[in-house]
Ligand binder design. Structure first.
Ligand code: TTP
Ligand code: MG
Length: 361
């Protein structure tokens, strides 16, 4: 039996910016920046390929992006639109395999080892998926095809945008040898610096180190580095699905009515929900409140924010806003709930947040 796997990594091109250019024709063929305003302390979430020609990239302070390209168009993110596009591409993945693992809104690994579609050719399946995405969402994806996750992910980046790149089992080991350590997905900035200090600049350098030494320097990750430096990565594509929402609610023993009391309860529910979201290494963009009045009539109010929801931002303005057009203060309330949704992996956002906090521009 041939145990070589067929893994595809799909990653959308300039995802947030591409959705904006699709939805607003006057943004097309122009340097477009999605993220913080140029005069703010915010950062670039992403930018169109036209803007990348000026050296602009994700996580750069918006003020710096403005200096590099003053004629660029700056827009705030519209997470609902990106979520919709993400749902659409995941539906397409499901047409091709039951085994796919979303990594963020715009990328996923697909295991097509057992697929008979396109005579079992992973390259042809990747091509068909790219085409289906283009037809159904009018967005462009890049694909990497290989025999494991590590190489498929690297391959999808090679011919971006609109790329399709294959790394075969016979090419894998040589391919990794010439790869610069910064290009190794999963090797973070700190580890990369540690490796540079040890004189490890490429896959070939990494391969020279015995397993014991890698484990000594990098702990548990040592074994993974030992494998990937040889083009070996046995991690399965796991069917884990990103949770859609996290909610908490409370039913009162005695109904409450006073607005300030309602707000205080909503605040503590929000803090509880945020703790749950953080425990799962996620961040949220959409906040929904649920109010059940004494007569069991129930309403919900929802708001999607351009930034991630934190206790500070949501409590100061959003909660107050959300209860504005309700009967709070006039009708008794028996239950309150908070749901956080539009969830994303925290790792994707951390850098964005840190830059936002520490940028001195
Ligand atoms: P990426 O896939 O890293 O970037 P991209 O799709 O914009 O561009 P490309 O893949 O063609 O290089 O990220 C997907 C989306 O995630 C991106 O459109 C915006 C968001 N994002 C952030 O909000 N902050 C970040 O620091 C990064 C890297 C991405
Ligand atoms: Mg992308």
């Amino acid at each position: 039996m041939n145990s070589t796997r067929k893994i595809i990594h799909i990653d959308m091109d300039a995802f947030f910016a591409a959705v904006e250019q699709r939805d607003f024709s006057h943004y097309r063929n122009k340097p477009l920046i999605v993220g913080g305003a140029p005069n703010s302390r915010g950062v670039v979430a992403t930018c169109s390929y036209e803007a990348r020609q000026y050296g602009i990239h994700s996580a750069m302070p918006s003020s710096q992006a403005y200096r590099l390209c003053p004629q660029a168009i700056f827009v705030e993110p519209r997470f609902e639109a990106y979520q919709q596009a993400s749902t659409a591409i995941r539906k397409i993945f499901a047409d091709y395999t039951d085994l796919f693992e979303p990594l963020s809104l715009d990328e996923a690994y697909l295991d097509v080892s057992n697929s008979c579609l396109h005579q079992g050719s992973a390259t042809l399946i990747a091509k068909a998926i790219k085409e289906a995405i283009k037809q159904e969402t009018r967005l462009i994806a890049s694909a990497g095809v290989s025999y494991n996750k590590f190489l498929a992910k690297i391959a999808s980046d090679i011919n971006k945008p609109d790329g399709l790149y294959l790394i075969t089992p016979t090419q894998g080991a040589d391919f990794v040898e010439q790869l610069a350590i910064e290009k190794f997905h999963g090797v973070g900035k700190a580890t990369s610096l540690k490796m540079q200090a040890l004189g490890i600049k490429t896959g070939k350098d990494l391969k020279q180190l015995p397993l014991e030494m890698l484990q000594h320097y990098f702990g548990k990750a040592g074994l993974h580095y030992y494998g990937i430096s040889r083009g070996i990565d046995n991690r399965p594509v796991s069917n884990y699905r990103i949770r859609k929402s996290i909610g908490v609610e409370v039913t009162f023993q005695q109904d409450i009515k006073i607005k300030q009391e309602v707000l205080t309860h909503l605040q503590s529910l929000l803090e509880k929900a945020l703790r749950k979201v953080a425990e799962k290494q996620l961040v949220a963009h959409t906040l929904t409140i649920k109010i059940k009045y004494h007569d069991f009539v129930q309403i919900t109010r929802s708001r999607t924010l351009p930034h991630i929801i934190t206790a500070a931002t949501a409590i100061s303005t959003t909660l107050e806003d959300l209860i504005k057009n309700t009967d709070i203060g006039r009708r008794n309330v028996r239950l309150l709930g908070i749901t956080l949704s539009s969830l994303e992996n925290k790792s994707r956002q951390t850098h964005f947040q840190q830059m936002d906090l520490f940028s001195d521009c």
